[in-house]
Write a protein of this length. Structure first.
Length: 171
Protein backbone atom coordinates (compact mmCIF):
# COMPACT_ATOMS: atom_id res chain seq x y z
CA UNK A 1 0.00 0.00 0.00
CA UNK A 2 1.34 3.41 -0.93
CA UNK A 3 2.20 5.26 2.29
CA UNK A 4 3.25 8.86 2.65
CA UNK A 5 3.77 11.36 5.42
CA UNK A 6 2.29 14.84 5.61
CA UNK A 7 3.14 17.65 8.04
CA UNK A 8 0.36 17.79 10.63
CA UNK A 9 -0.54 21.39 9.74
CA UNK A 10 -1.34 20.31 6.17
CA UNK A 11 -3.39 17.20 6.85
CA UNK A 12 -6.73 18.82 5.94
CA UNK A 13 -5.38 20.38 2.75
CA UNK A 14 -3.97 17.04 1.59
CA UNK A 15 -7.12 15.12 2.58
CA UNK A 16 -9.28 17.67 0.73
CA UNK A 17 -7.08 17.41 -2.36
CA UNK A 18 -7.23 13.59 -2.34
CA UNK A 19 -11.01 13.76 -1.91
CA UNK A 20 -11.80 16.49 -4.49
CA UNK A 21 -9.39 15.55 -7.29
CA UNK A 22 -11.37 13.96 -10.16
CA UNK A 23 -8.62 11.49 -10.99
CA UNK A 24 -7.66 10.46 -7.45
CA UNK A 25 -11.18 10.18 -5.92
CA UNK A 26 -10.14 9.04 -2.42
CA UNK A 27 -13.60 9.58 -0.96
CA UNK A 28 -13.85 6.75 1.55
CA UNK A 29 -12.10 6.74 4.92
CA UNK A 30 -11.51 3.06 5.65
CA UNK A 31 -9.97 3.64 9.05
CA UNK A 32 -8.14 6.13 11.19
CA UNK A 33 -5.88 5.05 14.04
CA UNK A 34 -3.27 6.29 16.45
CA UNK A 35 0.23 4.91 16.97
CA UNK A 36 2.71 5.65 19.75
CA UNK A 37 6.44 5.70 18.97
CA UNK A 38 7.93 6.50 22.41
CA UNK A 39 11.55 6.71 21.20
CA UNK A 40 10.90 9.20 18.37
CA UNK A 41 11.37 12.52 20.18
CA UNK A 42 9.08 15.22 18.81
CA UNK A 43 7.21 12.60 16.71
CA UNK A 44 5.92 10.28 19.41
CA UNK A 45 2.31 10.13 18.24
CA UNK A 46 1.01 9.38 14.76
CA UNK A 47 -2.40 9.50 13.15
CA UNK A 48 -2.76 7.04 10.29
CA UNK A 49 -5.51 7.48 7.70
CA UNK A 50 -6.40 4.66 5.29
CA UNK A 51 -8.22 6.05 2.26
CA UNK A 52 -9.95 4.13 -0.52
CA UNK A 53 -10.85 5.08 -4.07
CA UNK A 54 -13.90 2.85 -4.54
CA UNK A 55 -14.16 3.51 -8.30
CA UNK A 56 -10.65 2.28 -9.16
CA UNK A 57 -10.22 0.09 -6.06
CA UNK A 58 -7.03 1.83 -4.93
CA UNK A 59 -5.96 2.33 -1.32
CA UNK A 60 -3.42 4.66 0.24
CA UNK A 61 -2.12 5.34 3.72
CA UNK A 62 -1.47 8.85 5.02
CA UNK A 63 0.57 9.41 8.20
CA UNK A 64 0.81 12.51 10.36
CA UNK A 65 3.22 12.77 13.30
CA UNK A 66 2.95 15.05 16.32
CA UNK A 67 4.73 15.74 19.58
CA UNK A 68 3.33 13.99 22.65
CA UNK A 69 3.46 17.30 24.56
CA UNK A 70 1.27 19.07 22.00
CA UNK A 71 -0.80 16.37 20.29
CA UNK A 72 -3.03 18.66 18.23
CA UNK A 73 -4.19 17.56 14.77
CA UNK A 74 -6.99 19.10 12.70
CA UNK A 75 -10.17 17.01 12.56
CA UNK A 76 -11.31 15.32 9.36
CA UNK A 77 -14.97 15.15 10.45
CA UNK A 78 -16.01 17.85 7.99
CA UNK A 79 -14.79 15.67 5.12
CA UNK A 80 -15.50 12.15 6.36
CA UNK A 81 -18.38 11.52 8.75
CA UNK A 82 -16.73 8.21 9.76
CA UNK A 83 -13.88 10.23 11.25
CA UNK A 84 -16.18 11.35 14.08
CA UNK A 85 -16.13 8.05 15.97
CA UNK A 86 -12.61 7.07 14.88
CA UNK A 87 -11.12 10.34 16.12
CA UNK A 88 -12.90 10.01 19.45
CA UNK A 89 -11.56 6.50 19.84
CA UNK A 90 -8.03 7.68 18.96
CA UNK A 91 -8.33 10.51 21.47
CA UNK A 92 -9.61 8.10 24.10
CA UNK A 93 -6.69 5.68 23.77
CA UNK A 94 -3.78 7.92 22.66
CA UNK A 95 -4.71 11.42 23.79
CA UNK A 96 -4.47 12.99 20.34
CA UNK A 97 -6.50 16.21 20.37
CA UNK A 98 -8.47 16.66 17.14
CA UNK A 99 -8.88 20.41 16.83
CA UNK A 100 -12.36 21.36 15.60
CA UNK A 101 -13.97 18.01 16.40
CA UNK A 102 -17.69 18.52 17.19
CA UNK A 103 -17.75 16.31 20.31
CA UNK A 104 -14.31 15.07 21.30
CA UNK A 105 -14.71 13.00 24.45
CA UNK A 106 -13.92 9.59 25.88
CA UNK A 107 -16.19 6.91 24.49
CA UNK A 108 -14.74 3.60 25.70
CA UNK A 109 -12.81 4.52 28.86
CA UNK A 110 -14.18 6.23 31.95
CA UNK A 111 -13.94 10.01 32.17
CA UNK A 112 -11.92 9.80 35.39
CA UNK A 113 -8.93 8.21 33.61
CA UNK A 114 -6.02 10.63 33.64
CA UNK A 115 -3.89 8.59 31.23
CA UNK A 116 -4.18 7.08 27.77
CA UNK A 117 -3.94 3.27 27.88
CA UNK A 118 -2.51 2.56 24.42
CA UNK A 119 0.55 4.72 24.92
CA UNK A 120 3.69 2.73 25.64
CA UNK A 121 4.42 4.56 28.86
CA UNK A 122 4.53 1.58 31.18
CA UNK A 123 7.35 -0.96 31.72
CA UNK A 124 6.91 -4.47 30.41
CA UNK A 125 5.96 -7.16 32.91
CA UNK A 126 8.84 -8.30 35.12
CA UNK A 127 9.50 -11.94 34.16
CA UNK A 128 11.14 -12.66 37.53
CA UNK A 129 7.95 -12.01 39.51
CA UNK A 130 6.98 -14.80 41.88
CA UNK A 131 3.78 -13.25 43.24
CA UNK A 132 1.56 -14.66 40.52
CA UNK A 133 0.75 -18.15 39.31
CA UNK A 134 1.12 -18.46 35.55
CA UNK A 135 -1.13 -21.51 35.51
CA UNK A 136 -4.07 -19.20 36.25
CA UNK A 137 -3.36 -17.48 32.92
CA UNK A 138 -2.99 -20.71 30.91
CA UNK A 139 0.80 -20.39 30.63
CA UNK A 140 1.94 -23.43 32.60
CA UNK A 141 3.75 -22.78 35.82
CA UNK A 142 3.34 -26.03 37.75
CA UNK A 143 5.55 -29.06 37.47
CA UNK A 144 3.87 -31.50 35.10
CA UNK A 145 1.59 -28.90 33.54
CA UNK A 146 1.05 -29.88 29.90
CA UNK A 147 2.97 -33.17 30.18
CA UNK A 148 0.24 -35.49 31.47
CA UNK A 149 -1.18 -38.25 29.32
CA UNK A 150 -4.74 -37.90 28.14
CA UNK A 151 -7.47 -40.39 29.10
CA UNK A 152 -7.26 -42.10 25.71
CA UNK A 153 -3.55 -42.90 25.96
CA UNK A 154 -2.09 -40.35 23.57
CA UNK A 155 0.67 -38.07 24.71
CA UNK A 156 0.40 -34.34 24.72
CA UNK A 157 2.33 -32.09 22.38
CA UNK A 158 4.70 -31.13 25.18
CA UNK A 159 5.88 -34.74 25.62
CA UNK A 160 6.06 -35.39 21.89
CA UNK A 161 8.33 -32.39 21.42
CA UNK A 162 11.00 -33.59 23.86
CA UNK A 163 14.50 -33.95 22.33
CA UNK A 164 15.27 -37.44 21.06
CA UNK A 165 11.67 -38.32 20.21
CA UNK A 166 11.82 -37.31 16.56
CA UNK A 167 10.41 -40.01 14.31
CA UNK A 168 9.42 -42.19 17.30
CA UNK A 169 5.87 -43.13 18.12
CA UNK A 170 5.10 -42.24 21.70
CA UNK A 171 2.82 -44.67 23.41
Amino acid sequence: MLTFEVPKDLNLKVLNFLYDDEELKFRFLTTLAGVHYPHSKGRELAVVYHLHNLVDNVRIRLKIFTDVNQPDVYTATGLFSAANWLERETYDFYGINFVGHPNLKRILNVDEMDYFPMRKEYPLEDQTRIDKDDEMFGRGGMLGFGTERTDHGQSTLAEADKPGTEGREIV
